[in-house]
Structures are given as C-alpha cells and as structure tokens.
Ligand binder design. Structure first.
Ligand SMILES: Nc1ncnc2c1ncn2[C@@H]1O[C@H](COP(=O)(O)OP(=O)(O)OP(=O)(O)O)[C@@H](O)[C@H]1O
Length: 304
C-alpha cells in the first residue's frame, strides 16, 4: 500500500508536487494520471526515496522507503526503462540486481519467463527494442516478488501486443493482492486497466475516483438526445416533468434531469413520433480534459 499525505516537493520557485494526498491499495490497480509536467514522476521518485519531500510524507506499507529493511522485496519499480547498462545482457543485468539484494538466481529465471524475455535474455541491452527494454524494466521490478509495484508509463512506446501484455500483467498482479501504481498521460489507457484513477494537475489532486465516477462527472454524462416530429410539444411536456430542455439547431432536444425511459414515455403520451432517442455516454477524454483543462491553461499562461 502507498500512502501520500500532504506530499509536497519544491524545486526553487517551482512547486512540482503540492499538498498531494492519496492511497494506492492492495488488490487494486491505481492509475496515476496528469498532463506533462503535472508532477507524476516527482511523486513516484518520492515514493521510491529518490527525492526527499519538501513537506508531507509518503510511505509504502506504513514505512518511508529509506526505512524499509528489504526495499526491493517490498516495492518494485520501473521508472526509466533505459537506465540499464547497455553493454550488459538482460540476464546479467537481472542477476547483478538479484545478487546485491540477496535474491536467488532461480528468481532471475522466473522473471525472465514471466516477462517473455527468454529469446533475448543472452543479448546485450544496447540492441533492445523499446518493448524489450520495457519488459526488462518490469522484470527488474518483479525480481524481489514485491507486494507493491510502481510503474512509470509502462505502456509507453509498446506495440499493441505489448500493451495487451502489460494490461493483463498488471491485472494479474493486482488480483494476486498486490498494490499496483502506474502512471500514464492517457485516460483511455488507464480506463482499460485501472480500478481507480488519481488525477493530478500542477502537482495538486484533481480527482481520486473510479473510472466510472470520473465518467459521470463529464459534462456529457446524463444527457438525453431526442429528435421527434413534435419538438415543441415534447419540450413542454418534459418541462412539466422538471427536465432541463435545450433545443438544438437540427430540431433535436438535449434533455437533462430525466432518464432516457422517461423521455420515451413522455413522447408517447404527447403523441409525437420518436425519430431518434439516445442517452449520451460521458466521454472519458472529455471528463479528463474538463478535470485538467484549468491546470494546463494555467501553466500555458506562465502565471506561476
Ligand atoms: N530536478 C528538478 N529540478 C527542477 N524542476 C524539476 C525537477 N524535476 C521536475 N521538475 C519540475 O517539476 C514539475 C513536475 O515534473 P514531473 O516530471 O514530476 O512531471 P510529470 O507529471 O512526470 O511529467 P511528464 O509526464 O512530462 O513526465 C515540472 O514543472 C518539472 O519541470
């Protein structure tokens, strides 16, 4: 479990992370989302003890990273998949990591199997594709069989097979009861693999909710679109039900405050023919842009 409490990091006059509080729980894939420069990497680096918070705390299973007795066995991380010595083979890289952390060689073979690296395990990392590098980064994160995983943009640059593989892997890891905390700047990607999403902008928490809850916050959520042979008659009937009705240029009505079934029933009672009737799904990208729009504009204005 990862717990951040009023976590703050300042670099000179730049506040990269600003009073951030959230929890990533066991058995759950928690997505960490925000526009470029929102403070995701800085937060992850603080989780892993690579940066010291200016204020506030972040702990893994109740302990600061620096106080963990067996860090690699408690929390596995992939921050920058390219940070591997290019002249080493994948196997040697993993073996060196295992040896310095008292992890048996058999576990190296296991994670090579888990990440599908067998065919390239004997090759130097220098020649690795981005996808193979990501797999190697994930293999290293899994080496200590940790209960918590921190993955920075794990699907970045992967081909469709690789993306599917990462989605399944993180799901399986969470289903085994692990805490999985992974960042992305793509809402739709997280919608496919995360149970909850922590959204930040300018270092501040914008939302900590399930994907479904975020969808419901979208401006288009709860909107019913109806086109009939008698828009004026229907608009009056819906108004009497307490609905909020907005006529559209194409003759349709956009209706809020009543369900799609109620709109259909009202049309029937009013004796108008329904030509089109649909409940608009909230769009994830819209919800995300609505959430983060303010923080991006603020940055673009250079006003901080
Ligand atoms: N070492 C540093 N010194 C000064 N400023 C920094 C440092 N590290 C990060 N920042 C600044 O802190 C802010 C947050 O950066 P961070 O890399 O954490 O964002 P991010 O959400 O990970 O972005 P991206 O998606 O682009 O990686 C940015 O304004 C960045 O310029």
């Amino acid at each position: 479990m990862i717990t951040a409490e009023v976590l703050t990091k300042r670099y000179g006059t730049t506040t990269a992370v600003d009073g951030l509080s959230f929890t990533a729980r066991p058995g759950t894939v928690t997505g960490f989302l925000g526009p470029n420069g929102a403070g995701k990497s800085t937060t992850m680096r603080m989780v892993l003890g690579l940066e010291r918070p200016t204020a506030g705390t972040v702990t893994v299973d109740g302990q600061r990273y620096a106080d963990l007795r067996a860090p690699l066995r408690t929390v596995g991380a992939m921050l920058d998949a390219r940070s591997v010595h290019p002249g080493r083979t994948a196997f040697r890289h993993l073996l060196a990591l295992a040896r310095t952390h008292g992890i048996p060689r058999s576990r190296v073979d296991e994670v090579i199997g888990l990440t599908g690296l067998e065919p390239v395990a004997g090759r130097r990392v220098r020649g690795f594709s981005l996808g193979m590098g990501q797999r190697l980064g994930i293999a290293a994160a899994l080496l200590g069989d940790p209960a918590t995983l921190v993955l920075d943009e794990p699907v970045n640059g992967l081909d469709p097979d690789g993306v599917l593989w990462v989605r399944r892997l993180v799901r399986d890891l969470a289903d085994e009861g692990r805490t999985v905390f992974l960042s992305s700047h793509l809402m739709h990607e997280l919608a496919l693999c995360a149970d909850r999403v922590v959204v930040i902008g300018r270092g501040r928490l914008l939302a900590d909710a399930s994907v479904q809850e975020i969808l419901q916050r979208s401006a288009s959520a709860g909107l019913v679109r109806v086109r009939t042979t008698g828009p004026d008659v229907l608009a009056r009937a819906l108004g009497r039900l307490g609905a909020d009705v907005a006529p559209q240029p194409d003759g349709a009505l956009h209706v809020r405050g009543v369900s799609v079934e109620e709109v259909g029933a009202a049309a029937g009672r009013a004796g108008v023919t329904v030509l089109e009737l649909a409940a608009e799904e909230g769009s994830l990208e819209d919800a995300y842009l609505e959430l983060t729009g303010g923080s991006v504009q603020y940055r673009a204005g250079g006003s901080r």
